[in-house]
Design a protein around this ligand. Structure first.
Ligand SMILES: Cc1cc2nc3c(=O)[nH]c(=O)nc-3n(C[C@H](O)[C@H](O)[C@H](O)COP(=O)(O)O)c2cc1C
Length: 350
């Protein structure tokens, strides 16, 4: 089975792999007549690219989008949007048939009987977030026409934690584009921690916090297509993501409930903008927890997939120390894709 399409009214399919000649996406369900700003698209790709950050993986790719279908003169036709990217900075001869600890290598090798190209992580690589970010950039522009914004910040790098968003989010915080923090004074310490950990050959966990503002009350369909499930399905396509949580979780109802004020708005937003799987009119706020990047450069034990035995392994080459900040563009893209899906589902049902 290879049904890798995600979404109900807006459907996404990713193709290609880390060390394949190309990778890209097909996106169905975006209405005709949407102007897609190429600078906004490039801006999102730049936030995801390693070149923007001195401390990220050394793999450098141009990430130049090739629009193959669905856009005429920068405007959507209503048909399938297909976009691809060429991979150039890879060398399959570097690949050794040894499963790396906590990567997808072992499971993918067994599942495919050795038939799948898993060099560089194959389809399980963080590189797959490139087409996802591009597809999300298209959706962000659709959302913008409806007054919906998606933005996030680095909530934690290792043990260092940023201040959370004010859950009422009466206005969008003014944050750096590439290293967004609510408290920018923490940036230097976080970057130093990434650099120090990289020098030690190790990697770091991290957390993102994301807000979606301007959602119409009632967005989200009952049960299977609720807000949390729809967004989470897309978010968990991002390699390294381990947890998603919406709003706060407090020990008692009396500390957790959001009482009403004028016009149906609530006086607090502990629910994070969602009740019963539907947007409640307050900003949608969720957190994503990422594992430390599995490619550490310290000595480990891998599994030789041909000889079928554990073998000493020291990973060399180009790797991120931490999935954020690069992964934030992908997290926001997943949120935009899910929100666009919910909006279009609502329009189909309404
Ligand atoms: C933007 C991004 C960049 C990543 N960079 C790396 C990397 O350089 N090295 C690495 O080992 N893992 C990297 N990862 C994470 C792995 O792809 C992921 O942990 C691995 O495929 C196993 O999947 P799992 O952690 O979801 O189980 C990255 C993930 C993302 C989203």
């Amino acid at each position: 089975m290879n049904n890798d399409t995600v979404g109900t009214a807006v459907r996404l399919r990713l193709f290609g792999a880390s060390h394949a000649p190309e990778l890209g996406f097909e996106l169905e369900g975006i209405p005709a007549g949407l102007a897609v700003d190429p600078d906004a698209l490039r801006g999102e790709l730049e936030r995801r690219s390693a070149a923007a950050y001195g401390f990220a993986t050394g793999r450098r790719e141009a990430d130049e989008p090739i629009i193959e279908a669905g856009l005429e003169n920068g405007v959507t036709t209503g048909g399938v949007i297909r976009m691809s990217f060429k991979n150039r900075a890879y060398d399959r001869s570097e690949y050794r048939p040894v499963a790396r600890p906590s990567h997808a290598d072992y499971a993918a090798f067994v599942k495919s009987g050795g038939g799948e190209d898993i060099s560089g992580g194959g389809r399980y690589s963080g590189r797959m977030t490139l087409p996802m970010t591009a597809a999300g950039a298209v959706c962000r522009q659709l959302l913008r026409t409806r007054g919906i914004e998606v933005f996030g910040h680095i909530a934690a790098i290792g043990e260092l934690k940023d201040a959370p968003f004010d859950p009422m989010l009466t206005e969008k915080p003014d944050m750096d584009r590439l290293f967004p923090l609510v408290d920018p004074s923490l940036g230097a310490g976080m970057k130093a921690l990434i650099e120090q950990t990289r020098r030690e050959g190790d990697t770091l966990s991290c957390e993102a916090e994301v807000a979606v503002t301007g959602l119409p009350v009632g967005l989200g369909e009952p049960l299977a297509n609720g807000v949390e499930g729809t967004l989470s399905r897309l978010l968990f396509m991002i390699p390294g993501l381990r947890g998603v949580s919406f709003g706060e979780l407090r020990a008692r109802g009396s500390l957790m409930n959001d009482c009403f004020g004028e016009g149906g708005r609530t006086l607090t937003n502990r629910s994070g903008g969602v009740n019963g799987g539907m947007a409640n009119g307050m900003p949608l706020i969720f957190r994503c927890a990422f594992r430390p990047v599995p490619s550490i450069s310290l000595p480990q034990t891998g599994f030789d997939l041909i000889e079928k035995k554990p073998v000493p392994l020291t990973i060399t080459g180009r790797h991120d120390t931490c999935i954020l900040p690069r992964g934030l563009a992908a997290v926001e893209a997943a949120a935009a894709l899910g929100t666009a899906d919910l909006l279009m589902m609502g329009e189909e049902n309404g």
